[in-house]
Design a protein around this ligand. Structure first.
Ligand SMILES: *Cc1c(COP(=O)(O)O)cnc(C)c1O
Length: 449
């Protein structure tokens, strides 16, 4: 099942479709400084009928034939058709579980709630989906003789973890710029362990972004942030995978947390391609969910997207989306316009309590997913999302990356947050009678009556 070489894709300016570059050129923006996007030769892709694409994707899923067993590379012709299979750097990312959150949904009065667990991935977040594509392209460029001393990113944690892992797997040097003291310990230790050059800078994410753009421009370092639209090509498989997991049925709503806004753009881009090629015939609605402390898209939404103004993002427990000047805002607004989209926000207390409530039903949610869950509750309460609709929440990272947040919640140490669902360990002397009395009291209190 070797990919047919007749499929092609290229970089194209968002503003001027006439401005194009090959995908193996080192270029991040168009001549006016605007974003590029990867565009595929749709006529070539249309030569394969929709039912045939579905069959190809299903045949490849979970098999071991390199590299098609990966959720991303199983859709290689739609992602990066012209890459050599031996240059692909993959850890069989994608194919994450989409499951029915029965009990949590019932608590919200929602029968048909599903969670797409993108955090069940190699480095514990959806960033793997995009990074496999970007690092593979870098490997191909290096093989072709291009001088690329290293690949670098600014990160709120998860991007750097993914870059470091894929770079290490390929033997390509990586550099990460992190805002000092603003990311979780487990996120910091990932690039450290994978051998990246790790800089902790006295600034926030937006400040790190300024530095990485300079080393890219002046020192020939390859830029791995999502302004590099190669990453979007991998990340766009999430929407395709959701539809595939529902036997090619489109859900009514997809909720997704948004920071730099690459992922919500990617979600729409994958669905767009399915529409263009006839695999689906209707659109889900999309809700992009922001932390109130970092809500420039929400503020723009309130003004009908007429204006977009960057803000200074304030600290939030949802540290991976503490971004005030999101690079992909134009793509995100375009996506939301096409998908009858809404933007919702969640306060620190709302996101923390929603996380804890979901965990009580068996999930183990990261705070960014908490933002989406809190937003879901608000959209349900306002009647924007109806209780008979099929709703998917994209969970962006594994909760185990954010244990300090959970520890502090359950110790009731988070300032301004009630910790309504705190469940701290009960410390007792090791004496049977004492333990028994307390145990029976707890069972009665929690489950009795
Ligand atoms: C990167 C990230 C996001 C935000 O994605 P954007 O593309 O920046 O909007 C959300 N959640 C987690 C866990 C992330 O790592």
């Amino acid at each position: 099942m070797e990919a047919k070489p007749r499929f092609r894709a290229w970089f194209e300016s968002l503003r001027d479709p006439g401005e194009r570059y090959p995908l193996d050129e080192v270029v991040y923006t168009d001549r006016s400084g605007g974003l590029l996007q990867v565009v595929h030769d749709l006529d070539a892709l249309r030569q394969i009928p929709p039912e045939e694409w579905k069959r190809i994707f299903e045949d490849r899923a979970h098999k071991n034939e390199w590299p098609y067993g990966s959720g991303v590379w199983g859709k290689k012709e739609w992602v990066l058709p012209e890459i050599d299979n031996e240059n692909i750097v993959s850890m069989y990312e994608g194919h994450t579980n989409l499951f029915w959150a029965e009990r949590y949904g019932r608590e919200l009065g929602l029968e048909d709630l599903w969670i797409k667990l993108c955090g069940n991935s190699h480095t514990g977040s959806f960033k793997d989906l995009g990074m496999t594509v970007l690092v593979s392209m870098v490997k191909q460029m290096i093989r072709q003789g291009r001088e690329i001393p290293a690949v670098a990113c600014a990160s709120t944690g998860d991007t750097s973890a993914a870059l470091a892992a894929y770079g290490a797997a390929a033997g390509i040097p990586t550099i990460v710029f992190l805002p000092r003291g603003k990311i979780s310990i487990s996120q910091l230790i990932q690039p450290v362990a994978n051998g990246a050059i790790v800089f902790a800078l006295d600034t926030d994410f937006d400040g790190c972004m300024e530095i990485v753009k300079q080393v890219a421009r002046r020192d020939g370092i390859y830029l791995a942030n999502s302004m590099n639209s190669l990453r979007i090509e991998g990340q766009k498989t999430v929407g395709i995978e959701i539809v595939q997991q529902f036997d090619w049925e489109v859900p009514d709503w997809i909720l997704i947390p948004g920071g730099n806004l690459g992922n919500v753009s990617a979600l729409a881009k994958g669905l767009d391609l399915m529409l263009d090629l006839g695999l689906i015939s209707r659109r889900p609605r999309i809700a992009c969910c922001q932390a109130e402390a970092a809500n420039p898209l929400y503020l723009s939404y309130l003004r009908g997207f007429e204006v977009f103004e960057p803000i200074a993002a304030r600290p939030t427990l949802a540290s991976a989306i503490q971004i005030g000047n999101p690079v992909s805002y134009e793509k995100a607004i375009d996506a939301l316009r096409h998908y009858d989209g809404v933007v919702e926000q969640a306060s620190e207390a709302e996101l923390a309590e929603a996380t804890a409530r979901a965990d009580r039903t068996g999930l183990f949610t990261c705070p960014h997913t908490g933002v989406a869950l809190a937003s879901l509750e608000k959209l349900l309460a306002r009647g924007v999302i109806r209780r008979d609709e099929r709703v998917v929440v994209i969970s962006t990272a594994h909760g185990l990356k954010f244990t300090e947040f959970k520890v502090r919640y359950h110790e009731m140490q988070l300032e301004g947050i009630p910790s309504d669902h705190a469940n701290p360990p009960i410390e007792l002397p090791a004496r049977y009678e004492v333990v028994r009395d307390e145990m029976l009291r707890q069972i009665e209190q929690r489950f009795g009556g």
